[in-house]
Structures are given as C-alpha cells and as structure tokens.
Design a protein around this ligand. Structure first.
Ligand code: ADP
Length: 271
C-alpha cells in the first residue's frame, strides 16, 4: 500500500480546511468492517515490531498527540492501537487541569518535561493544544495570551523535530450526535458512570465554539514538521485503523534498525 492510501486524513501545511467539510463517518472510507479489522490487527503487529527496532536503535523518538471532544475516543484509541507494544518502550501522559506549580510556568513547561526520550514512543492524551482550546473557549486567559500560542507551539514543535522527534497529531473527529449517543450510553450503563461528568455536559453546550477553536488550531498548527490528521472517528473500528496506518507509515519512513554488534559475533559459543 502506498503512502497516500495510508495517510488520507493528513492535512497539508498552507492548505486551510473547514472542519464541517471533513467526515466524521469512517464507513465511507472503508466499506468492509471485517477487512478493516483484519488490516488493523496486522498493522498493529507491525507497529509492535517497529517499536522494538526504535527502542533497539535508541535514537529517534516518536510523539503521538491525541485531541478530541469529550467521548471522542482518546482512551479507546490508546488502549487498542498500542495493545501489544512493549510497555517499557512507551510512555503515555494524560494532561489534566494544570496544577499550581504548572501554572507558575509557561504553558509548554509541563509538555517539554513529558517528551519521549531516545528510542521511546510518547503518547499524549490531551496536550499543549488544550491551551488554545479549553482555555480559549472558557476564556481562562485573554486572547492576547492564547493567540500568540499558535506560533509558540509551531516553534516549539520545530525544535523537537529538529532534535530527532517525529511528531504525529491526531484530532479524533466525532459528530455532535455521536457524542450524544456516547454520553447517553455512559448514563445507561452503571459500569460507565465513572466516565460521566456534568462538566462534559457544560462543554457540550459550547460545541460550536469548540469547533471554531479546533478548526483554527488545525489551520494554524499544521506544519511540515508536525502535521495534523483529522480522523473520522464515529466508527471506532475505522478510527483505530486510520490512526494505526498513519503511525506505521511514519515508522516505515523512519525505518529504525537494530544496531550492529560491537564485534563480530559469528561462531561465538557461550560456555
Ligand atoms: P479526560 O476527559 O481527558 O479523560 P479528565 O476528565 O480528568 O480526563 O479531564 C481533564 C480535563 O483537564 C479536561 O476537562 C481538560 O479540558 C482539562 N485540561 C487539560 N489541559 C488543560 C489546560 N491547559 N487548561 C485548562 N484545562 C485543561
């Protein structure tokens, strides 16, 4: 499969999009759920092999950023896509409301500290992008503070890219109706009550403001060194496949290798 088919949802720098034009339905991109699931499992095995090589080579770093509306599927994506990857080579960070200490620093301070080191895959469940989303929509800081952040983020990510981090950013795109159904499912199932919060309903009322903020985020921070992917995420099976395809494509391009032994090992017998 060639690159174009593995990354059909990658945005291009300098080509602005309208979020409303982008699909939330994955079905139209893959008519056959069973075939998609089979491809997903096979790519997931490939991802696991690449992770071992990345770790063995011990130099490049991969960062996967996940953003979504509430119930958009960040947790499910992490659970499914990275299942089977050696936990030692992966580091998941969930960014919550900043602590007092974090707020006493610039907004990228906590992000920089959580970046993956050599040979590691870092996964961000929410990220520095909250600082131009929730912060903007809920007026937590004035526009004069959040607007320059697009440029600050682009420069920050450029630094990371130039120092060996491959950055892949995913916005999991669900429809308003899909969010309604997922919230309702949480209410109807006592084992999912822990996932429900009244705050989520408050945020849902601001859906249009969030869409405007997300659209601007995508347009302002899609760069050649850190592209966004807008993943149709109403169907979880397609979402899993689309995210895994893009990650595997990047790892194929990166092509990490097992390092050669220090000395020739042929014929060496352990006694
Ligand atoms: P999640 O919804 O990701 O599973 P939580 O229910 O703990 O986890 O929600 C984390 C909350 O932290 C979200 O409401 C998110 O908007 C908020 N948050 C994350 N980063 C920031 C930030 N920089 N400023 C304000 N709120 C933030």
């Amino acid at each position: 499969m060639n690159q174009a088919t593995l990354t059909p949802h990658r945005l291009e720098s300098g080509r602005p999009i309208r979020l409303a034009d982008l699909a939330t339905e994955g079905k139209q991109f893959h008519p056959d759920r069973e075939a998609a699931e089979a491809e997903f499992r096979s790519l997931r095995d490939e991802l696991s092999d690449w992770q071992e090589r990345l770790y063995a080579e011990g130099r490049p770093k991969l960062l996967v950023v996940l953003q979504a509306m509430d119930a958009g599927g960040k947790d499910g994506t992490i659970r499914n896509v990275f299942k089977g990857v050696n936990p030692q080579g992966i580091q998941v960070t969930s960014f919550k409301v900043p602590s007092k200490e974090e707020l006493a620093h610039d907004f990228l301070w906590r992000i920089h500290k959580a970046m993956p080191g050599n040979g590691m895959i870092g996964v961000f469940n929410r990220s520095h992008y909250e600082d131009v989303l929730v912060v903007r929509v809920h007026h937590l800081v004035p526009e004069a503070v959040w607007r320059p952040r697009y440029e600050q983020i682009n420069h920050f990510e450029q630094l990371l890219a130039e120092t060996g981090t491959t950055i892949l950013k995913f916005y999991l795109h669900i429809s308003r109706e899909e969010q309604r159904q997922r919230f309702q499912a949480r209410l109807d199932d006592p084992t999912k009550h822990w996932k429900f919060s009244f705050e989520d309903l408050e945020k849902r009322k601001l859906w249009d403001d969030y869409m405007a903020a997300i659209e601007e985020m995508l347009n302002q921070t899609t760069t050649p060194w850190a592209p966004w992917h807008v993943i149709p995420a109403d169907q979880k099976w397609y979402r899993n496949l689309a995210v895994t395809r893009a990650i595997v494509q990047s790892l194929r391009d990166l092509n990490p290798q097992y390092p050669p032994p220090e000395k020739d090992l042929t014929g060496l017998i352990v006694e």
